[in-house]
Design a protein. Sequence first.
Length: 266
Amino acid sequence: MRFRAEPYIEFARKAFAREATYRMEVLTEVVSLVLRVYLLRSLWTALYAQNVAPFGLPLHSMITYATVALLMSLILEVDGTRSIREKIREGTIATDLMKPISLPMYFFSDGVGQTLVHALLVVPSLIFALFLVHVDLPASPQAALAFAFSFLLGYLVNFFLNFLMNAIAFWTLETFAIQLIVRWVSDLLSGQIIPLTFFPGIFGRILFALPFAAIYSTPLLIYVGLIRPAQYELYFIAQALWLALFGLLSMVVWRAAARRVVIQGG
């Protein structure tokens, strides 16, 4: 059967319209992000004053790193796949599986629509943040393009990771606990809060090898220039390998789950 993109574009459009209606939530998110930018600037300024600094990052680069990480989180914390567990709890997943669409593509489209709303929030958030901090631009157009490409790969890795966690609900009926654990681990080990260059030796190399680094650390280190152009290909390959692995696992898990279809409450 020929793939038709039109339904999924419409799903994304409806998700965008739905998400954009919550204006107070949007305003709260912008204010929250600006407050976090101020707190992180104060924190890192105090730590640098005590000579506690990640390797190779002067203070202005560290503040840029922290600010860009927060702006990225506006997009990466969107989880369009959470409706998997909601549909399982409500019992609507069975009828959804009979529809002439790809449900995984529906979840992706829905997430893209939500993501576009949050991507627009980056603009006012950045404008307000610039009143508090100085944010460096990437060193070159090549670095900016590499950051954008790496961010896209990280977005897709993050989508499939969320997809896998929510698909577990077909067997467990609830995924909140495992998602909370993975979220905590990701926040600590992805480089979102603390650059992975802060961790030396074998422990640091292990962290760089984990999939969480492909989501935040790689694009961020490209942005601030700690990953050089000669190293781009190596890091892109690492991200692509995690993307391929999670994509393959998602396909296998989804096929097994679609055959099982356990519905909570009958």
